[in-house]
Design a binder for this molecule. Structure first.
Ligand SMILES: Cc1cc2nc3c(=O)[nH]c(=O)nc-3n(C[C@H](O)[C@H](O)[C@H](O)COP(=O)(O)OP(=O)(O)OC[C@H]3O[C@@H](n4cnc5c(N)ncnc54)[C@H](O)[C@@H]3O)c2cc1C
Length: 601
């Protein structure tokens, strides 16, 4: 593609990058308010990864067991290993029932109880009475909750005339001399043409980056584009060392089996048929939080009690649930068993391993969805014109470990909140700020490099090496030596990304070019992750470094968590490949803080 092509320009009030649950919840709020909104997506909106969410959306409706938002708040703070910001967590848990009823009124087809209320199932780490007993908090539409949610939101958006730009890939943020965001550059995948979309507000909703790992439950499009765009534009990425391994990915395939399986009563067993979680978590058992269950499974495998000929997986046993419950509550899991493991889950256990699933970190925001970064002594100064919501953002409700069902909730609570905040800014009364002269410069330079490079490697070769490096050096159990070596290897891979060559330089639907541009985002996320992880010298939530492990009764750092030195958020800057830190917000909005404690299950 020649770089001197004429670049078309379009003007909007708001450009949203991403049509998953978070992007479409925000766009709905904006379209309903009459704003001129464009939503960009690499795929048709209802193919965004949200569609794959299975288990449920958390809200303390109390339909099936006693519940209230205080319990949800407590569980989420404890689940986060105290790294979550308590103001944001309170906001999310209090808003939860409201946003779920709103979805119900939009037509979302939840499962029902006999009395007509929304069906709720138990989920890992969710309890009543501050850890006393399991609670039924996950509002579910069978094991297709994300599917129901995404289609509902898409239909509402069509009704309210949101404009979708399907198969458009955003490339870079445009910032003016004041540092304000005034638009994005994007490639129309069908034609290969570059466009500038001017906006009074850009909202990032690009989802997760689980594809920086080899074995992942994530869709192939989850390459962390929004994080790459933010990083290249000088915006730090927060808490990127925290990645969630889901305990039950199908061994060898990576496809997810929802935690809803265990919510409905499934049991994890080792090679001896033992329900080993009873030993590690006498209270929570198989429904302990994900970081903990994943580590216990890894421990069983390490100690030679894994199943199968190579003793390298664990069994998830659903045979006692009965065909009727499985058909009604877990129909997709039944299909996945057949298609990806050749197992009839009604008759035999299915092989599972912890598999990368979710990024807790992302683009830093406040509870209105505004992107924040340190400036003039304020750790949370707002960047004008830029918002972020959903998995690409870090408002920090998940801290060091997310509880299941809290992501779908995060999408709709903060998608809606950001929408409301943007509407209140009265954008119609304001003009678009002028574009800087060099608006497309960064993207043009990236594209020219791809155009002119010769003799380098293909994008997929470099992407595969990034994935295997991350898998090996930043896994369930980390060691300082592995992390330090990973830092070096990822730095070397960054050099290789700069030399990627295209075999085919045609314009129309050139997926090789798209993939090469995605790899430039993967490397930002991978480097943010490994550098942040190598620097955090403690164990907290999903970040467990064997070198710092200590017993639960250690007088100094129980379980290896070091609150004196490390109760703080990490910020990684791409340009300098360096780190900064900011305080955790321990003060909720209206209620009492949950005081620091050792996590026990
Ligand atoms: C298999 C699976 C099951 C899950 N189950 C649950 C569950 O039961 N409960 C729960 O709470 N959470 C669950 N999660 C997590 C949750 O589903 C995700 O965190 C959430 O759906 C992410 O939503 P999102 O709106 O942030 O992004 P996504 O839904 O991933 O959407 C991202 C959007 O951004 C677009 N995009 C990305 N890059 C670009 C670009 N450069 N240009 C233009 N568009 C771009 C994509 O096309 C897409 O439209 C699950 C996750 C997975 C992977």
């Amino acid at each position: 593609m020649s770089v001197d092509n004429k670049i078309t320009k379009r003007k909007f009030d708001v450009v949203i990058v991403g049509a998953g649950g978070s992007g479409m919840r925000a766009s709905l709020q904006l379209s309903l308010a009459g704003l001129n909104v464009a939503v960009l997506s690499k795929v048709f909106p209802t193919r965004s990864h949200t569609v794959a969410a299975q288990g449920g959306i958390g809200a303390s409706l109390g339909n099936m067991s006693e519940d209230n938002w205080h319990f949800h708040f407590y569980d989420t703070v404890k689940g986060s290993d105290w790294l979550g910001d308590q103001d944001a967590i309170e906001f999310m848990c209090r808003e939860a029932p409201k946003v779920v009823y709103e979805l119900e009124h939009f037509g979302m087809p939840f499962d029902r109880n006999a009395d007509g209320t929304i069906y709720q199932r138990p989920f890992g780490g969710h309890t009543a009475n501050y850890g006393e007993k399991a609670v039924q908090r996950a509002c579910a539409a069978a094991d297709r909750t994300g599917h129901a949610l995404l289609h509902t939101l898409y239909q509402q958006n069509v009704k309210s005339h949101t404009q979708f730009f399907v198969e458009w890939m955003a490339q870079d943020l445009i910032r003016d001399a004041d540092g304000d965001v005034v638009g994005v550059t994007a490639i129309e995948m069908e034609t290969g043409d570059l466009h500038i979309l001017e906006a009074k507000v850009v909202l990032m909703a690009t989802g997760g980056a689980g594809r920086i790992y080899q074995a992942s439950t994530n869709a192939f499009i989850n390459t962390g584009d929004g994080l790459g765009m933010a990083a290249r534009a000088g915006i730090p990425l927060e808490d990127m060392e925290f990645w969630q391994f889901h305990p039950t990915g199908v061994a060898g395939a990576g496809v997810l089996l929802t935690e809803g399986c265990r919510g409905e009563g499934a049991i994890l067993r080792n090679a001896d048929g033992e329900r080993f979680m009873e030993r590690y978590a006498p209270h929570y058992k198989d429904l302990a939080p994900r970081d903990f269950v994943s580590r216990c499974m890894d421990q069983e495998i390490k100690e030679g009690r894994g199943c199968g000929p190579n003793k390298d997986y664990i069994h998830l046993d659903m045979t006692h649930l009965g065909v009727e419950t499985i058909m009604k509550r877990l129909p997709s899991v039944l299909e996945i068993g057949h298609n990806f493991a050749n197992v009839d889950i009604t008759k035999e256990p299915i092989p599972v391993v912890p598999t990368i699933h979710y990024q807790m970190g992302g683009i830093p925001t406040n509870i209105h969805g505004q992107v924040v970064a340190p400036k003039d002594g304020d750790p949370n100064a707002v960047i004008n014109g830029l918002y972020a919501v959903g998995e690409c953002s870090c408002v920090s409700v998940h801290g060091a470990n997310r509880l299941g069902t809290n992501s779908l909730l995060d999408l709709v609570v903060f998608g809606r909140a950001a929408g409301n905040h943007i509407v209140a800014a009265d954008l119609k009364a304001k003009a678009n700020k002028p574009l800087p002269a060099n608006a497309a410069e960064r993207t043009l330079a990236r594209m020219a490099r791809l155009e002119n490079n010769v003799g380098g490697e293909y994008a997929q070769t470099v992407a595969n090496d990034i994935r295997s490096t991350m898998q090996k050096h930043a896994g369930v159990f980390r060691t300082q030596a592995l992390l330090d070596e990973g830092v070096k290897q990822i730095a070397a891979l960054r050099e290789r990304v700069g030399n990627i060559t295209l075999g085919d330089k045609s314009k129309v639907f050139n997926t090789a070019r798209i993939e090469a541009l995605e790899v430039e985002n993967l490397i930002e996320v991978a480097q943010a992750t490994i550098v942040s992880a190598a620097a955090r010298k403690e164990c907290r939530g999903a970040h467990v470094v064997v070198d710092y492990e200590e017993p639960a009764d250690s007088p100094r750092n129980p379980l290896g968590r070091n609150d004196v030195d490390w109760l703080k958020h990490t910020l990684w800057y791409s340009a300098t490949n360096s780190l900064d830190y900011k305080p955790v917000k321990l003060k909720p909005l209206t209620t009492e803080s949950i005081p620091l404690a050792v996590r026990s299950f």
